[in-house]
Design a protein around this ligand. Structure first.
Ligand SMILES: [Ca+2]
Length: 480
């Protein structure tokens, strides 16, 4: 039996390669806490310089109704990697456990099984077995390397959350045996500027060098894949830790945005992505690579910052990171695939990060298992300008998790069954006064900025959306 299996192994590999040979490489460029209104191509009034993202948009398709799977890092990334609504995940604390159970389909496992070489660089934030009680002498289980990524170089969580150390594949590059004090920036709130928390840090781990390091690792990966004698296409998930805190622009970018430290930092993020795109060009693979760009959630940018710097990080959208309002979860989203996606095009289709998994499956001819990608709908036909035919399409969107509560988008309507932002905008929750509506209902087609609560006027729509919310929560999936 063993002999038979060994004899079959090279054949299987060859067959996979044959399947994959005509498939594009795939690169996901994921920013951390960048707002809808930061890239110039999504907000003509933006004060941030984003020439590389603007060029990417000019060569591809902009989505104006694309949503992260949550308005903070963890649910957003859970939805992106698994194609499943994060509220369905029972263990949701990466400091305590690995969030994704063994064997669950991920964007990486699906592509790997279709013959791709798969790699991730950057921030995971979906937990490791044992949470942050890492045993640095042992392999770190439950991370990217156990969920379909053949190569991983990155970190466990955000760059303001200790312990600070790099992980390569399944081991710590160096254990965080040193200590670092907490840091803040004058003139900004406690969770803006060069903010990080005190904790352990590995010798040689330098905060300012993290973004340049991930950029270099991504560039090296592309160069290496273009040289290696292996005709498998590649999938690179680059999840940088910026423009999330700490805002640490290097000298080249410091002071380039009229005193706005955040603007300097966003400019460096744009430059980092520009370097990766240039590497695709140099390697001669840009024409055969699908590039997706987005951000994992809205910015930490208050009304006072809009006033002071004349820049709305969410553009026309209300709210910020953590919020149920659009500024928390509607994301700048760009897709480029030369010769396949129409340059300079715009789509108003409702898509969610959870849809990336089904889109990759559609692109590569993979069949998703019943217990995978439960809330994932392909948007490949939209990318290619084709009819979806009989491929199931997203009808609505149920986001939220834990304290920020569930809220439903369906058609033009959005139902938030409570008052308040649910997130970082104060107040997070408001108790309705006698006679006041108990929730929020907005018509986004007429009122994208969520300024007029029509909850009291449309009891029928509130009822319909409430019924649908209950049905989604009580089920295990929305994908047929
Ligand atoms: Ca984030």
């Amino acid at each position: 039996m063993l002999v038979t299996l060994l004899a079959l192994a090279p054949l299987t590999r060859a067959m996979r390669t044959a399947h994959a040979a005509d498939k594009p490489n795939i690169v996901i460029l994921l920013a951390d806490d960048m707002g809808y209104g930061d890239p110039h191509c999504f907000n003509a009034e933006s004060k941030c310089r984003t020439p590389h993202l603007d060029s990417l948009a000019a060569a591809g398709m902009r989505f104006t109704d694309a949503h992260a799977a949550g308005s903070t890092c963890i649910p957003s990334r859970y939805g992106l990697v698994t194609g499943r609504y994060p509220f369905r995940c029972e263990n949701f604390n990466p400091s305590k456990a690995a969030l994704i159970e063994n064997g669950r389909a991920t964007i990486a496992s699906v592509l790997r099984d279709r013959g791709y070489h798969t790699a991730m660089v950057g921030k995971w934030h979906l937990g490791f077995e044992g949470g942050v009680d890492f045993d640095y002498s042992k392999p770190l289980r439950g991370g990217p390397h156990d969920h379909g990524f053949e190569y991983f170089f990155g970190q466990h969580a955000s760059l303001d959350i200790p312990p600070y150390f790099y992980i390569e594949n399944d081991h710590a590059v160096a254990a965080p045996t040193n200590k670092i004090e907490a840091n803040n920036s004058e003139g900004w709130t406690k969770i803006q500027g060069a903010f990080w928390r005190a904790g352990g840090i590995a010798p040689g781990f330098v905060m300012e060098e993290v973004l340049p390091t991930y950029t270099r690792k991504a560039v090296e990966y592309i160069e290496q894949r273009s040289r290696v004698d292996d005709d498998r296409p590649f999938f690179l998930y680059l999840a940088i830790t910026a423009p999330h805190t700490p805002w640490l622009p290097t000298e080249k970018f410091r002071g380039t945005s009229a005193g706005n430290l955040y603007g300097d930092w966003v400019a460096q993020v744009d430059d980092a992505f520009g370097q990766v795109l240039a590497a695709l060009d140099r390697a001669g693979v840009a024409d055969n690579t699908l590039v997706l760009f987005s951000s994992d959630n809205g910015p930490v940018w208050y009304p006072a910052d809009v006033e002071k710097y004349g820049h709305s990080s969410t553009g026309p959208l209300r709210g910020m990171k953590g919020d149920v309002w659009e500024g928390g979860h509607r994301m700048p989203f760009i897709a480029r695939w030369p010769g396949h996606i129409k340059p300079g095009s715009t789509s108003g289709k409702l898509i969610c990060f959870t849809d990336v998994l089904a889109t990759f499956a559609d692109l590569t001819g993979a069949t998703l298992p019943d217990n995978g990608g439960e809330d994932s709908f392909t948007f490949l036909p939209e990318l290619l300008g084709q009819s979806a035919g009989d491929k199931p399409q997203r009808q609505d969107l149920l986001l939220g998790h834990g304290s920020n509560g569930l809220f439903l988008r369906r058609g033009d309507w959005k139902l938030i069954p409570f008052l308040g932002s649910g997130g970082f905008t104060r107040p997070s929750r408001i108790k309705p006064k006698p006679g006041e509506p108990g929730g929020q209902l907005y018509n986004l087609a007429k009122d994208l900025g969520e300024t007029t609560n029509t909850y009291a006027e449309h009891a029928d729509i509130v009822k319909e959306l409430t019924t649908r919310t209950t049905a989604i929560v009580n089920g295990t999936r929305t994908r047929p």
